[in-house]
Design a binder for this molecule. Structure first.
Ligand code: AMP
Length: 539
């Protein structure tokens, strides 16, 4: 038998392809940056031209291949310029989370050994607080700070002005070259870092354009509420450049009223963010007079999206919510809850409230505590494990090696997968409530409680119990003017869950503590409860 080698070209998959395509095909598409006094606009061509100057300037400062250039920035045009320049010149972009505690921020800057930090003027105070603990060679500041805190820095625009041409020619790179470093938000212990490669970013950027994920295309204008330091704003910066979708960058103007007026003014077709953002937008949109009709979809991920939120958007505003699941370790796209063909009415809501349907390119398996692989029957519950070309194979410096085995990532998420690839996450492993040896899903309880008309937000944590080892404590933020009526809430849960799931411990919170990326902060709730700061009502 004769065999043939493939006759196809071997082309490295690098970010340069995305930049070239954006420049040659979509040069007139635009980036909008929201400022306190209006909106700034630039075309893709302008952004990429400025990115070439930035690359030259960084090389002039001595930045070499593989070195880390960090950003401590809101979502704005200049942040996108760094996204274009840094990986494409062969250095590694490290997107710093500007909501980390100073200790954690210093830790990740040192762990990644960042050579340069590009910071927005408004966050210079944060750098000043850790100045004695970090030693980047250069600090570059975008905008004019109110106070320089005695820090030495280069001005971003002046630096670009030192380069009198934009002929920088992007180098040839191997597709496995490291491109972007991102640390987890560190809700347990120190943040862990992953490094995306050019290849993984290339493939992921294509995946978000497919119809069974979020179908990003030239007809879109995407509002990036999710920060560019939270898993690359879920792939939108490169995805948008590659398919010619306009990008709207809201910087720090993220309150519901602000987002609603940005949507009314700039008419994006999709917007992406965590559910807490969409809860706030809903509040603002239903009390104000805003036109949000430009939106074809609100993409929600990073935490479970309650069915009531999805229904409220449909019924009150005529808007569609699209839930997705991902992690820092997964670039992040893994699953998107696009309902199957023919699903309508309540059936459609049921599918949209699932965690998501597996996207092409990623494999999943469900594994129990004994290490057995369980069937995809929608019932068998276990830890979800993933593999694929944009899934991490390790953490920076080989940390926490137990998260990876046999080529699979252990996600730490517990759930089920059905025969059509729909995934339902019931908990993070660390949040599972073990009552009398059986699991209670905190996510399911939260979603049901948030369906009660008096409740704005709900989080359920495990509390130690003499007889049952653990029992659920439900912490609620009530809607304005409402009182806690535990019996009514328990009655509300009764038709939906086994009686032993129903919490007997309840408490109210004036507001929900949030993590640095806007998720309910259960670690903080456990701490407050452990230290007796929460007044618990028990029945
Ligand atoms: P991060 O790395 O900060 O993006 O956090 C990833 C984690 O967020 C996942 O492992 C999940 O526990 C959680 N998560 C993300 N999306 C969803 C979702 N749609 N439903 C439930 N949990 C989610």
């Amino acid at each position: 038998m004769t065999s043939f080698p493939s006759t196809m070209q071997v082309a490295p998959l690098t970010v340069r392809d995305i930049v070239h395509h954006a420049e040659r095909v979509y040069s007139d598409r635009r980036i909008f940056t929201v400022e306190a006094d209006g909106v700034r606009e630039a075309t893709f061509a302008e952004v990429i031209s400025r990115a070439r100057r930035l690359a030259t300037a960084l090389e002039n400062l001595g930045v070499t291949r593989g070195e880390r250039v960090a950003t401590l920035m809101w979502n704005n045009q200049e942040h996108l310029e760094a996204y274009v320049a840094v990986p494409t010149m062969g250095a590694v972009l490290h997107t710093l989370n500007l909501r980390l505690f100073p200790d954690q921020l210093a830790y990740v800057i040192n762990d990644a050994d960042d050579a340069v930090i590009i910071a927005d003027a408004s966050v210079l105070g944060l750098i000043a607080r850790i100045r004695d603990r970090i030693s980047p060679r250069h600090l570059i500041v975008r905008g004019t700070p109110e106070d320089s805190y005695g820090l030495e820095f280069l001005d971003y625009e002046e630096l670009l002005a030192t380069v009198d041409n934009d002929d920088y020619s992007w180098p040839d790179l191997d597709e496995n070259t490291p491109a972007i470093a991102c640390y987890t938000s560190g809700t347990t212990g120190d943040p862990k870092g992953v490094v995306y490669s050019h290849r993984s970013l290339w493939l992921h950027s294509l995946a978000i354009q497919t119809q069974n994920s979020i179908a990003l295309g030239e007809s879109d204008r995407a509002l990036l509420v999710v920060p560019m330091f939270h898993v690359n704003a879920w792939g939108m910066p490169y995805g948008g450049l590659w398919c010619g979708a306009d990008l709207v960058m809201p910087q720090m103007f993220l309150k519901g009223e602000h987002l609603a007026s940005t949507i009314q003014q700039l008419r994006p077709t999709l917007a992406l963010g965590v559910p807490t953002i969409w809860m706030d937008l809903l509040r603002a949109a239903t009390t104000g007079e805003y036109d949000l009709s430009s939106l074809r979809v609100l993409v929600a991920g990073g935490a479970a999206v309650p069915a009531t939120l999805i229904r409220a958007y449909r019924d009150q505003l005529g808007l569609t919510v699209l839930q997705g699941w991902g992690m820092t370790e997964t670039s992040p796209l893994v699953a998107v809850a696009v309902p199957p063909i023919g699903a309508e009415g309540e059936d459609e809501i049921t599918y949209r409230a699932k965690t998501g349907r597996l996207v092409a390119g990623v494999e999943i398996r469900v594994v129990n505590e004994e290490g057995e692989v369980l069937p995809h029957d929608g019932k068998s519950v276990g830890e979800l494990e993933l593999r694929g070309p944009w899934i991490a194979a390790s953490y920076i410096k080989g940390r926490e090696p137990d998260s990876f085995h046999d080529g699979w990532l252990r996600t730490g998420d517990i759930g089920t997968v059905d025969a059509r690839g729909f995934i339902v996450i019931s908990d993070r492993r660390k949040d599972v409530i073990k009552s009398g040896g059986e699991w209670i899903s905190s996510v399911e309880l939260e979603n049901l409680v948030m369906g009660h008309p008096s409740v704005h937000q709900a989080a359920v944590i495990a509390v130690p119990h003499e007889r049952w080892q653990e029992r659920p404590l439900c912490l609620v933020v009530l809607r304005e003017g409402e009182d806690l009526d535990v019996e009514d809430l328990r009655r509300h849960l009764a038709p939906h869950v086994a009686s032993w799931w129903i919490p007997e411990f309840w408490a109210t919170l004036p507001e929900m503590p949030l993590t640095s990326v806007g998720k309910f902060d259960k670690r903080e709730l456990r701490r407050r409860h452990g230290e007796g700061e929460i007044e618990v009502v028990s029945v």
